[in-house]
Structures are given as C-alpha cells and as structure tokens.
Design a protein around this ligand. Sequence first.
Ligand SMILES: [Zn+2]
Length: 487
Amino acid sequence: MFATAHNASNLKWHVVGRINDGLLRHPVDSPQWKTIDHLYPEFGVEPRNLRLGLASNGMNPFGSLSTSYSSWHVLLMIYNLPPWLCVKHKYMMLCIMITGPRQPGNDIDVYLTPLIEDLRNLWEEGVDVYDENVGQTFRLRAMIFCTVNDFPAYGNLRRHSVKGHHACPICEKNTSFIQLKHGKKTVYTRHRRFLKHYHLYQRLKKAFNGTHESEGASEPLAGHEVYDRVKDIVTVFGKTHRKDHADKNIWKKRSVFFDLPYWANLHVRHCLDVMHVEKSVCDSLIGILLNIKDKTKDGLKCHQNLVELGIRYQLHLQAQGRRMYLPPACYTMSTKEKKHFCHYLKNVKLPQGYSSNIKSLVSVNDLKLVGLKSHDCHVLMQLLLPVAVRGILPEKVRVAITCLCFFFNAICSKVIDLKQLDDLENQAAIILCELEMYFPPLFFDIMIHLIVHLVCEIRLCVSMFLCWMYLVECYMKVLKAYTKNQY
Ligand SMILES: [Zn+2]
C-alpha cells in the first residue's frame, strides 16, 4: 500500500482530508481513537500507523455440494482510510483461512496465535516501510482497533458464553432473565432499568411484570476488569475436552487478544453486529405479526407462560364448553389486515438495485413472507415496515414498531450527530419497554435485548456501517467465486 503514492496519501486522510465538524463519520471521531492517541502518544503522533478492524466469519465454498462444510476466514479492514474506501474489497486483507470441514469454534485462538504474534511485533517494534508519497522510509506500527463478528463468533472470540442465563456480554452477571417453564426458553426482559430515572414506565406495574422497577442499569465492564476475571482460567483446546470442562463460569477462557499490550485499555474491544440484530428482530416481528407457523413466538405455550408469570389476565386461556380459547392479543392481525399487509409488499415498487425482488418473497395465498435474507430485512426495517403497518394494528403497537424502524434507520446512517446519541439511547430503552408491554415474554430473545446496547458502541467506538457484517458477507461472495472446480 505504501508503494503506491495514491494509497499512501489516503492512509493519512483522517488527519489531512477529513472535515472536523463534530459529527460522527469515521472512527477517528470516536473516544476510542482519542484514548489511544492519549495513552500511546508515540503511536498516535504518526498518522500512517495503521488501526485495523478484525472480522471473522464462516462460509461454505462448495455451495450446495456439501452443506455442512464450514471454512473460516479472518479479514483485516484498515480504518485509516476514508469511510468510502474502508469498505472496498481492494483494501481488505485476508490474513487467515481456516479450512473445514468443521468450524473451529473456541479453538479459533490456536489459529489466531501467529497473527497475534505478528500484530504484537507490529505494535512493539514495527517494521521499516518505504513511503512512496513522501519518498522516505519510516517505522510503521499497527494495532487492532476492534473486532467485528456475528453473535456466536463474538462469543468464541471474546470467550464469553452467549447462551444461557448470562448471555448478554455487556450486562454480564447483571443480565436480567426469566426461565420460562413452558417451551423451556430463556428470555431477557426488564428493560425499564435502562430508562432515565423517574420515567413514567418505571412506576407502571400492571403493564409490565407486576413490580416497580427501581434498579438502574449496570455499566459495561472495562478491559482490565474482564482481564482480572479471565487471567487465571486454565485453557484446554480441542473438542474432546469440552464436556469435562463445561462449568458454570460465563467466561470460558482467556482470550488470545489479551496478549496484545493495549487490548485491556480499549473501550469497546468487540463490536456487536447490527446486521444480524436487525435480521433477527425483523424475523421475530414478521413471524409474530403474520402468525407464521414455526416462526411465531405466540401460541399455546406463550399463553401458558403468561398464566405462570401471573400477568395479563385478559390473555389467559379461557374455557368455552369443552374447548379452550386463546384470546387475541393487541398484536394479532385479522386475516383482512394480513391480506392488506401482504398486498402492500406484493405491489411495492422500488428503484432497480435498491433491494432484492421483495415481491417474490411474499406468498399472498399463505399470507406469509418466505426466504427473507439479511438485506431484505434491512430494507423492510429501514423503509417498508412502517408503511406496511399503516392503518392496521392498534395505534400504540403500530407506533412502537414504527419507532423501532426509525431507530434502526438512525443508527445505520453514515453521519451521526453526537448530540443525538443520548436521545437515541433513551429511545431504544423506551421502545423496548413498549414492546415489553405489548408483546409476550417469549418474544424477547437475546438479539432483541442487544438493541439497547447498540448506541453505546457507536458513541465509544465506530459507526455501524463501518463494522457491520455486510462488508464481510460481500467479501465472502468474492471468495466463493474463486471455487471454480468444486471437487
Ligand atoms: Zn445487556
């Protein structure tokens, strides 16, 4: 990169080319960037020192020939570049390819060790590089700025359990969960903790779980606190040992990233991926609104859980003669409303290339949406869903869904006003509380809960559009095309 004058000058864009107007456009505007400059001035003073984003994801290079094959790759993105170049394939570095057939899971640390050693050398000693732009040699150093992964891989890299009672990596031990008896699912509720003090909803009992909410939300753990928890855990690699060492500790082992001297000083070490959160929220919403079989979180078990928890008496099972009757909830759409919803999506006209053919995903006869991919969910949440629910559903439910869509639209924008972030964070908590009022407890899986933490990551670290998995998934499409002979 430094051998080309054009690329070498682009790597200094964050110092020479950027508009500094207080808006969040690039990681350089974030506190994490400034903290590094402050803690390591000898690193920060050289604008050409690289700050890298690390992303890893699994892919199947053989398409439908071998469905279970999963090879993993590790990519590095360069955050020194302007935002429109950070996301180009040309500037992404494929540094590790882990062959299958099974995904490495927690053993990914073994494969990452050589990379971490290189990065450690690049941080401590650096390498001499000739810069074509200025025509001299300088000492180049580099660091990992953050990592980007989907949620299961997030657990593998961070070494934190992302299942069970303490699944939220940010709330950690203070994750509020309910173990439902019917359906045996763990759900994550009590979002009133995240509201501002003395909010009206904190005093409402009946609409929520029957109690006042006075507890505040806990602060996320700092890097050195995480390190204190994991430093003494004995690490045993390999899949055969897994069962012997399955204990209740939510921290599985010491992450290999703690070998990097600066790692514990970063505000956000691992970023949540908004793409998977958005897809999961969209799937849950569409499933429950259209009451799609196998996807809906409504049904008999949901009502039994309401009886068990002693909330929302009007929705409890009612006996009508020899039959039991499930009363409709506020989010239940009538067949006419479902038809209205599906017809809107069937007839929607979008500019060419704006999204995939949404029309082909709608089955008007069965009143459901089939085969939604992550980008379809993105278009639905950003644009179509608020319009599709216009005039159907009770007003309060409709407003909550519309606000949720506007929230996703706001956090995915490329320029964010830092002054708006407090409002957005507040809004996320209010939306989740409203969803809690209207939707059943079974609706609140971990991905719904993660909405409340997204704004905090934008404020501290990086805009969502520079660290979402669309970049990585698109790169995988390029890699898959290299597999010409599938044998
Ligand atoms: Zn949480």
